[in-house]
Design a protein around this ligand. Structure first.
Ligand code: NAI
Length: 296
């Protein structure tokens, strides 16, 4: 199967790895050459680490790498059977890319979005054949996270839904089919998790022991007592404060400004300041060049 991935950032590069590992021929496209270079280097490192851990051998590494080509023209994806878009979470930009993409690919090509929060129906409306559009929502990091939400829009045909579920299951993922509602399943449940943590931080409730920043206390409480692998602030830094803020804002608006999903000014300022988290080296925590956490 030939897969076209649009956007070679955090998610696009991870999805490319998943598809290539399953034996698909993948073309990874980005408008930014340095994002493509970064994706290629990152994959090389990830696969080398898997060799060190005895999870794959050198032949498997070459096989996966040879299954991915890095391209900088959208029409390079013209022979795809399935395209998955993972670019910036902005409806107008996604719609523009989708309507251009449709002019290059065959009528049978499935056109999917990895959006976290935008309506699949509105993205699909950019297409002349919207019944081939569907949401395929991977979680970060895509190669490690088992769950994938598959979201048919009201325009999506049953045939496209079935084909998509089969493909993602073939990639050894667990599929949850979700209705096209804001945040789908996981991101809707996650909004109050981040939102309430940010409110506790802003209210200065969790600032003990003395001298420790409140967010560390919140993270440590949830990890030590709550059994979470990452606290909410570590997780927001991991996802990207820009991406996470945008998702919250979209879900809030989409639920007609329900206060349960109200975004936080703290997070907005972090996104505006470029304190994006792990990917920019600074968020709530600081990060060294290997991604290790430095407690501020
Ligand atoms: P990112 O910022 O890491 O990567 C986005 C990439 O898209 C960049 O490399 C950028 O150069 C490229 N790009 C931007 N506009 C483009 C265009 N018009 N054409 C081609 N490439 C373009 O973003 P990330 O985190 O990978 O998110 C991508 C999508 O996946 C968003 O819709 C986001 O909501 C969704 N998502 C993100 C998750 C996360 O944890 N970061 C989890 C699940 C979904």
């Amino acid at each position: 199967m030939r897969i076209g991935i649009i956007g070679s950032g955090t998610m696009g590069s991870g999805i490319a790895q998943v598809a290539a590992t399953s034996g698909c021929k993948v073309k990874l496209y980005d408008t930014n050459q340095s994002a493509l270079d970064k994706a290629k280097t990152a994959l090389d490192k990830i696969l080398s680490r898997l060799i060190e851990k005895d999870r794959i051998d050198a032949d498997e590494k070459s096989r996966i790498q040879n299954n991915i080509s890095y391209v900088s023209n959208l029409n390079d994806l013209s022979d795809s059977d399935l395209t998955i878009e993972a670019i910036v979470e902005n409806l107008d930009i996604k719609k523009k890319v989708f309507s251009e993409l449709e002019t290059y690919v065959s009528e049978d090509c499935i056109i999917a979005s990895n959006t976290s929060s935008l309506s699949i129906a509105s993205i699909a409306s950019a297409l002349k054949n919207p019944e081939r559009c569907i949401g395929i929502h991977f979680f970060n990091p895509a190669p490690l996270m088992q769950l994938v939400e598959v979201i048919p829009a009201i325009q999506t045909s049953k045939n496209i839904l079935d084909k998509t579920v089969n493909t993602i299951s073939d990639w050894k993922k667990v599929v949850a089919v979700a209705k096209d509602t804001p945040g789908f399943i996981v991101n809707r449940v996650a909004r109050p998790f981040y939102g309430e943590a940010l409110r506790i931080y802003e209210e200065g409730i969790a600032d003990l022991p003395a001298g420790q920043a409140g967010f560390i206390t919140i993270d440590e409480s949830l990890k030590t007592l709550g059994g979470f692998r990452m606290g909410p602030f570590e997780l927001m830094d991991f996802i990207g404060n820009d991406v996470n803020y945008t998702v919250t804002e979209t879900v809030f608006k989409a639920f007609y400004f329900d206060p349960r999903y109200k975004p936080s000014f703290t997070q907005k300022r972090f996104a505006e300041a470029g304190y994006l988290g792990r990917k920019s080296g600074k968020g709530y925590y600081n990060y060294d060049k290997n991604g290790g956490i430095i407690i501020p």
